[in-house]
Design a binder for this molecule. Sequence first.
Ligand SMILES: [Zn+2]
Length: 440
Amino acid sequence: VQIDTLLLAPWIIPVEPDARVLRDHALAVDSGKIVELLPAEDAERKYRALEVERLDGHALIPGLINSHCHAAMSLFRGLADDLPLMDWLNEHIWPAEQRWLSPAFVADGTQLAAAELIRCGVTTFCDMYFFPRQAAETAADAGLRVAVGLVMLEFPTPWARDADEYLAKGLDVHDRFRGHPRVRTVLAPHAPYTVSDTSLRRIATLAEEIDVPIQMHLHESPVEIAQSLEQHGKRPLHRLLDLGLLSPRLMAVHMTQIEPDEVQLAARHGLHVIHCPQSNLKLASGFCPVQPLLEAGVNVALGTDGAASNNDLDMLSEMQTAALLAKGVSGSSSAVPAAVALRMATLNGARALGIDEITGSLLPGKDADLCAIRLDEIETQPLYDPLSQIVYAAGRSQVTHVWAAGKPLLRNRELLTLDADLLRANARHWAERITAARSS
Ligand SMILES: [Zn+2]
């Protein structure tokens, strides 16, 4: 049988149907899709491939899914650190955004983020930022799959003046990318404290009409809960319940402030929780009770949040943090084992985004979204269990190859769709302008 590509690896971890690690297997890829996963010796007899890639010391896993990020904020990486969420937003991030946001800023910032995402094995990310058209185009040009958030706030930014304009412009972006093979849209009301009841009701209706998911920062910090109790007489989750937003369409990002009855509420309504452990730690926002959520049947996926609050987009280290933090917070060392952490960073993300038919695991028929991690480096020797090495020991510098929909984006750590020198020059250019304006 003639195919495009045959990938051979000592370890292949398909994530679905379960956490097995396949020894000396091959993955057959044709027209961007996974054809078959089979023992290497059978594969070389059965398939004739235009290209054969022998990954001699690698584990092949599904491309990682960063389910929550603000890609263009990469250009604000390190601008303001070591502050609580509300001070960080009000005194640093929002003023910087008012000053610098533009289509060019978002294109350059998203391109920088795309390179970093590819170099840590990500093939899909969900973005929440302004000028989503530029973000989507940039990500798609880099070969990535993206679910681009149609962001909404009540206050003006360089992207839109008011709720009406955010929605109208968002819908234009939605229409523009309709039918695109790798771009989806997601309605993205920013947070309970920045979006009104009226707007939230409209978003609930609109999500049904245009059949897209909703992603929102929710129960991120104690201040948010206190403010909501004061202004609305109820906690944000209950306010959203009353407004008709709790459904399997909703991806609740952060959820660090959550009572046991709210875990059940989330489970009952089929919410997806996007856990961003490093951002929560850095902003001292609190701890998401991942283990109780998983036990209640809630789908929990993983995100890095933006590079201004993390400060990287490293999904390998995010997996490690999620696995470790769950143990510390629950007091149980069996919470979020390695296989579950990997599932959160792949299949669970695809489910949250509603694209698990297309990506998130290595099932035949899905797009060939893949990541190869070198495990023969000193840092991951000896090797008893590849899953354990990937989650607890490997660093992103061990990610060597990445394919999205069968197209190579990274080979031996070299970016194939982006120009690293240009990215560095652009980042430097923005940093010089932003620094000069801050000191003047
Ligand atoms: Zn965020």
